[in-house]
Design a protein around this ligand. Sequence first.
Ligand SMILES: Cc1cc2nc3c(=O)[nH]c(=O)nc-3n(C[C@H](O)[C@H](O)[C@H](O)COP(=O)(O)O)c2cc1C
Length: 93
Amino acid sequence: MCSDSREIALEDGLLCVAMAVMNSLLEAEARGISSCILTPRGKDSLKILRLQKEDKLVLFVGFGYEEKDAFQVKRYRAPLNELVSYEWYGRKQ
Ligand SMILES: Cc1cc2nc3c(=O)[nH]c(=O)nc-3n(C[C@H](O)[C@H](O)[C@H](O)COP(=O)(O)O)c2cc1C
């Protein structure tokens, strides 16, 4: 992989955001708080948070308490044993 230092800094920044968001989501879940990640699109996103146009908004993360029966569609979750590999990709035990 080739990358100049500016790209590395950008990737590092995004990775830091991702790690902070992931930790926040896990902590929220552990406390019974629901969350939703949304990709900001367009200028409206900047307006909502009153950011300057040179600011870079990476993600919206909403937290809140889920209304009872709010989700009408049953969400599919692949079983862990379909997703997890041991030692190398594809090894299932
Ligand atoms: C980085 C990232 C960005 C996302 N952006 C959006 C988005 O802009 N709009 C959207 O409907 N879902 C978006 N999602 C997906 C939702 O946050 C959520 O994961 C999805 O609705 C499935 O929910 P569930 O995993 O609880 O079933 C994004 C997910 C990730 C990880």
